[in-house]
Write a protein that binds this ligand. Structure first.
Ligand SMILES: [Zn+2]
Length: 398
């Protein structure tokens, strides 16, 4: 029987609930039934893929804990209970105010509830019209209000970067990376997947322009973006200079390859303590930059995970994830005493468009920077964030 219990968690729970077949006197019949039980369990495990079974199990656990929390009967559940469960899922948000349960997840959890009821020979409460009406209504509401991220303007970005602890160790290591990532997102109007997948050799130092960034073809989407070159221009001040942030981070990356811990710490500290927002380190004008073209020959990832304890900071060899960039930005906003709800890494790209438009950029210029082929996409940003842009109300002489 030990083997039977290992067939899928769902089957195991079923078995535990049913208990051993009661009072079978004839040993042969008992053994035969046991065999048949094992065969049927084995067949059950083949009707659903491992992933589906895992998802159903997770969905059922979620429903069960909702019921326990609200002192409701999970099995069999009244359709009203399932409606409350859907309503409850629709109101749950994560730390940053985004919905915790996507529509697909809500549907999957309901499928799990249906599956468990049907397996137990109960009526499926999720098939009730009141439940399906609620789910359809919720899907419509979610579709009508896509959670588009609000833009971060230049003042916001400089505030976020200025709030970081740049000139200390080990905190300064992550701050240096985060400043570079944020300027890539804002100045480069980059998506988080684009920023996360940059390699050192995606960058090219350019004496006149600052830094050229070769952005690969990102996944095909409605924006029609192909491989292209993004320009990170020298800032008018070091505090708004994207190349400076990139130079500082790559210089730190190089120090991180020193294997001797004491030497690495000493060198990292030396560089971080020399952090000066008053001086360009990007090579603008006649000064030498912190890094040279020679340092950009490697295909190693540009933005990487960092680890730290109280004394030491390590920079990982692998690339940072897009999710981590998103979370990083929200955490940095919180540190800068800003409310991060309704923001995400995409807020930097949206912020680029919005700030540029407010400063008088043409649609063509914005299409160039955002690597859009359709003017319509730029118009979407205008409608959402820049109602005054190209609006005749501004020409009434009021
Ligand atoms: Zn600079």
């Amino acid at each position: 029987m030990g083997a039977v219990r290992n067939i899928g968690v769902g089957a195991g729970m079923h078995l535990a609930a049913a208990g051993a077949p009661p009072g079978i006197a004839d040993q042969d019949i008992g053994e035969e039934l046991e065999e048949l039980e094992a065969v049927s369990r084995n067949l059950e495990t083949h009707t659903l893929s491992t992933n589906t079974r895992r998802a159903y199990d997770q969905g059922w656990r979620s429903f069960e804990s909702f019921c326990h929390l609200h002192v409701l009967e999970p099995l069999p559940a009244h359709p009203e209970v399932v409606r409350w469960y859907v309503a409850w899922m629709s109101t749950q948000t994560d730390t940053w105010g985004s919905p915790r349960f996507a529509m697909a997840t809500i549907r999957q959890h309901l499928a799990a509830v249906a599956d468990r009821h049907l397996r137990q020979g109960c009526l499926d409460p999720t098939g009730h019209k009141a439940v399906s009406d609620l789910v359809r209504g919720l899907a419509k509401l979610r579709a009508a209000r896509p959670s588009r991220k609000r833009p971060l303007l230049l003042d916001d970005v400089t505030r976020i970067v200025a709030a970081m602890e740049h000139d200390s160790y080990p905190a300064g290591a992550a701050a240096t990376r985060d400043a570079a990532a944020i300027w890539l997102g804002f100045a480069g109007a980059m998506r988080r997947s684009e920023a996360a997948s940059l390699a050192l050799n995606s960058l090219e130092l350019h004496q006149a322009d600052g830094i050229h960034v070769h952005v690969g073809a990102s996944k095909a989407d409605q924006d029609n973006t192909g491989p292209d070159v993004v320009v990170l221009p020298y800032g008018s001040t070091p505090a708004t200079c994207a190349p400076c942030a990139v130079h500082r981070w790559i210089a730190l990356l190089q120090i991180s390859s020193i294997t001797d811990m004491r030497a690495r710490r000493r060198e990292s500290m030396r560089q971080l303590f020399a952090y000066q927002l008053d001086d360009h380190v990007c090579g603008v004008g006649s000064h030498a930059g912190l890094i040279s073209s020679h340092d950009l020959a490697s295909p190693a990832p540009l933005l990487r995970a960092t680890y730290r304890n109280r004394k030491d900071a390590r920079i990982h060899g692998g690339p940072i994830s897009g999710d981590a960039l998103h979370t990083m930005l929200l955490a940095r906003m919180t540190e800068a005493a800003m409310d991060p709800r309704a923001y995400g890494f995409h807020s930097l790209r949206a912020g680029h468009v919005t700030q540029a438009r407010r400063n008088g950029a043409s649609t063509e210029e914005i299409m160039r920077a955002g690597r859009w082929q359709k003017a319509e996409t730029v118009n979407v940003y205008d409608r959402e964030f820049n109602p005054a842009a190209r609006n005749s109300v501004m020409r009434l002489g009021l």
